[in-house]
Structures are given as structure tokens and as C-alpha cells.
Design a protein. Structure first.
Length: 315
């Protein structure tokens, strides 16, 4: 695959990290992470990175920029990331790296029984904590009686949150996402299996799209797992897209800042509480509970805030 440095999303942020003595090294962007090897892209094409002995590929993410020897392909070092999407791992590793150096995270959900505000809030907390800009993408609007109701619920989850409604198989789908997909940008898609992520990735890639697509079982609106690994693809209209496997479960850990951004209406009231360590559960003089009683803070939102805080390791 051939690409210019600009199309690989190389920017001043990364160029400023290259030391004078590293000028002869080649910047490369990781496009796939395997159990024992990494592949990366340069303007000359794709190659296998030569790793030091006993290297842990789990320390790298799709989207990372690395410096390599131009002759041997040997890894020199990874450059600092401008954003990193990660989640708690189910194995021994404390965190699983999902993707890095993302500008926009498309959180994809469908307008059917799969739509779940609590799950969307989890994705939003991760996106906020990662340092990337979230956008909710609601698919399968052609199957919904009232897509606007799904849009209303999604828009209420976070201040200033963009929400896009589309049919992933429509010619208009790419145009709807284009404001975030220009040259020099990197986007990633996350969401449950079967909500249309791979269909959208194929549309963004264009005629070269090769991601296998699946659907949602009509019996229970649950998705069939299709994408099995993370991968980086150039988009037909410029920029890069990272596809990710569907996530059945999504745990939250050490995402306090992301949760604060998500629940800004609670975060901003907290300093007005009588006690500094108020849990907004039962304490007298709690400004948040007063707002719930007044109807300006949603009680269900507060309950979900408590759950995420506890899970994340907060209050």
C-alpha cells in the first residue's frame, strides 16, 4: 500500500519528537498487531517490523507511530501518542490497547433493540478519557419507526455531542461522516457486533473495502461477531480508519476524567455539596440530590454515574 506521509496522518506533533540523531530512521505507522509480530506502513508500503528479543506486542496499538531502521526494519522506539483508547483486559494484562492517535471515535449503535444508553455512556467515558472526540453514529434508521427518538436519547448523553443518523448501505452514509474524515485525520469505529461498523468501514474505504459484514439476529437484536482484529485502512476521501471487533462487555477502570466530562451536570454541582467527599447518595446538604428532587438532574443518570464511579475506582 502506497501513501504519502501526510496521508499516514504524520503531523508536527510526531515530527517534533524525532531527535537529531534519529534523522536517518524511518517513521512508520502500525497497521496491525499480531501475537508475535507487528506490521507497519511507510510511504513505500507495508513491512514487518523486526522486534527485539522477548518483545511484548501487547504494548503496541494499531495507529502507533514508531521509528525503524531503514535497512533492516528493526524497531528503534515508539513515539508518544496523542490519544490512546484502551479498556480493562479479561486476561493477565491490566489494560488492552484498542487503538491510538485517533482524532475522532465513531461510537456506532443501531436504531433497534441493541440501542442501550448505559452502554453508550461507557463508550463515551472511554473516548473522553482517551483524549479523542466522540461522535454517536446511529445506523439502520431505515428499520426504525421513529429514528428521531433514538437521536434524542443519544444527544442527551453528553453536552455538545454530535449524533449522526444514517443507513450504512446508503450512498449518503459517507457524506454524513465526511466532516470528521478528511485528509490528515484518523477515525476509529467501536460498538457492538452487528450494528454496521464493517459496512461503514467498507463505505469509507471505497472500492477497496474488504471487511466482512454481518447482521443482527431478528430474534433478539444481538449482533453476529464479524471483525476479529483491529486494522488500519486508508479512506477513499482522505484520512485513515481503524476498525475494531465488536465488544459484548465493556468494563471501565481509571476513567475518572472521562466520567466527569460525560456527567458534567453532576460534576459541576458536586462542589456545592455540604461534604467534600459526598457520594450523592444519602448525605444531607447534597446539591446533586437536591437537583434530582427539583427535576434538573435525571435520577437514572445519577444511578449510572454511581455505578461507573465505583467500577472505575472513584468514589
Amino acid at each position: 500500500m502506497s501513501a504519502s506521509p501526510d496521508r499516514l496522518d504524520w503531523s508536527r506533533f510526531f515530527a517534533d519528537q524525532v531527535l537529531a540523531e534519529e534523522a536517518e530512521l524511518v517513521p512508520a505507522r502500525i497497521d496491525a498487531v499480531h501475537r508475535a509480530r507487528l506490521t507497519a506502513l511507510t510511504p513505500s508500503g507495508q513491512f514487518d517490523i523486526v522486534l527485539p528479543a522477548r518483545s511484548d506486542t501487547g504494548q503496541f496499538a494499531v495507529g502507533d507511530w514508531v521509528l525503524c531502521d531503514p535497512d533492516t526494519g528493526a524497531l528503534h522506539r515508539r513515539l508518544e501518542r496523542k490519544s490512546l483508547l484502551q479498556r480493562p483486559s479479561e486476561g493477565r494484562r491490566p489494560l488492552q490497547l484498542i487503538a491510538s492517535n485517533i482524532d475522532t471515535l465513531f461510537i456506532v449503535a443501531s436504531c433497534n433493540g441493541d440501542f442501550n444508553v448505559a452502554r453508550l455512556e461507557r463508550y463515551l467515558a472511554l473516548a473522553n478519557e482517551a483524549g479523542t472526540d466522540p461522535v454517536i453514529v446511529l445506523t439502520k434508521i431505515d428499520t426504525a419507526d421513529d429514528p428521531a427518538e433514538f437521536e434524542r436519547q443519544a444527544s442527551a448523553l453528553q453536552r455538545g455531542l454530535p449524533v449522526v443518523l444514517l443507513n450504512g448501505r446508503s450512498p449518503d452514509a459517507v457524506a454524513a461522516l465526511q466532516p470528521w474524515c478528511g485528509a490528515g485525520s484518523t477515525v476509529a469505529l467501536v460498538g457492538s457486533s452487528g450494528v454496521g461498523k464493517s459496512t461503514l468501514v467498507n463505505a469509507l474505504i471505497g472500492s477497496g473495502g474488504t471487511q466482512q459484514t454481518g447482521g443482527i439476529r431478528e430474534s433478539d437484536a444481538k449482533g453476529r461477531h464479524v471483525t476479529t482484529s483491529r486494522s488500519l485502512h486508508v479512506m477513499a476521501g482522505g484520512g485513515w480508519v481503524i476498525d475494531t471487533p465488536g465488544m459484548r462487555t465493556l468494563q471501565i477502570k481509571d476513567a475518572g476524567q472521562g466520567i466527569d466530562t460525560l456527567f458534567a451536570e453532576i460534576t459541576e454541582l458536586a462542589p456545592q455539596c455540604k461534604f467534600r467527599n459526598c457520594t450523592h447518595d444519602h448525605e444531607p446538604g447534597c446539591a446533586v440530590l437536591a437537583a434530582v428532587a427539583a427535576g434538573t438532574v435525571d435520577a437514572d443518570r445519577l444511578a449510572r454515574w454511581r455505578k461507573l464511579q465505583a467500577e472505575s475506582g472513584g468514589r
